[in-house]
Design a protein around this ligand. Structure first.
Ligand code: IMP
Length: 189
C-alpha cells in the first residue's frame, strides 16, 4: 500500500499513557454523581469549551441523571504551538442566555488558567445564578491564577499531554486515554 498513513496509528506516537481510559470513565461517573447530588432540584446548564471538551461532554452527559442542558463556546488560545499565549478569542459564543441560570463550565484542562480566567469574567458579567468550573485535568501551574475549580478529575504534571479531547496540531483528540507524545513527534510534525 502506498498510503503513508496506513502503517501508523496514533497510539504509536504516544510515549507514556498517564491516565487510562478506565480511570477516566470511573472518575467521570463519580463526578457525574457529585453534580447530580449538588444540583438536585435545580436545572443545570453545562457549557463545554470547544474543541477540547467535546469528548468529556459526551461521556459526562451519559453518566448524569439530572435534567441537564448543554451549550458550547469555542475559544482559541494555543493554535498549533504548545505554549499558551494568554490571548483568548471567542470564536463561537453561547446560543443560550445564561442570566439566572446555574452554569457549570466544562474544560478539558486548566494549565496556566488564563483561558478560564477570561471566560469566567466574561460569563459572570452575564448574570448567571451560579457559575462553577469542571475540568478533567489540572496542571500544577494553575496556581498562577486563583480559580475556583469545583470538580476536577486528575492532576497531571507540567508536561504537554494529548488525548481525550486534547490535541497537538489538531491530532490525537480521539485517543480514549491521556498521554505524552514521543519527542520526535515535535521534531517532525
Ligand atoms: P490555559 O489558558 O494555559 O489554562 O490553557 C488552556 C487551554 O490550553 C486548554 O483548554 C487546552 O486547549 C490547551 N492546553 C493546555 N495544556 C495543554 C496540554 O498539555 N495539551 C493540549 N492542550 C493543552
Amino acid at each position: 500500500m502506498d498510503d503513508p498513513a496506513s502503517d501508523t496509528t496514533l497510539d504509536s506516537d504516544i510515549e507514556q499513557v498517564l491516565i487510562s481510559s478506565e480511570q477516566i470513565q470511573a472518575r467521570l461517573q463519580e463526578i457525574a454523581a457529585e453534580v447530580d447530588r449538588d444540583y438536585a432540584g435545580r436545572q443545570v446548564l453545562l457549557v463545554g469549551v470547544l474543541k477540547g471538551a467535546f469528548v468529556l461532554m459526551a461521556d459526562l452527559a451519559r453518566y448524569l441523571r439530572s435534567p441537564v442542558e448543554f451549550d458550547f463556546m469555542a475559544v482559541s488560545s494555543y493554535g498549533s504551538a504548545t505554549q499558551t499565549s494568554g490571548v483568548v478569542r471567542i470564536l463561537k459564543d453561547l446560543d443560550l442566555d445564561i442570566a439566572g441560570r446555574h452554569v457549570v463550565l466544562v474544560e478539558d484542562i486548566v494549565d496556566s488558567g488564563l483561558t478560564l480566567n477570561y471566560l469566567l469574567r466574561n460569563l459572570r458579567a452575564r448574570g448567571p445564578a451560579s457559575l462553577e468550573i469542571l475540568s478533567l485535568l489540572v496542571k500544577p501551574d494553575m496556581v498562577r491564577v486563583e480559580l475556583p475549580v469545583r470538580y476536577h478529575g486528575f492532576t497531571v504534571p507540567n508536561v504537554f499531554v494529548v488525548g481525550y479531547g486534547l490535541d497537538y496540531a489538531e491530532r490525537y483528540r480521539n485517543l480514549p486515554y491521556v498521554g505524552t507524545l514521543k519527542p520526535e513527534i515535535y521534531a517532525h510534525p
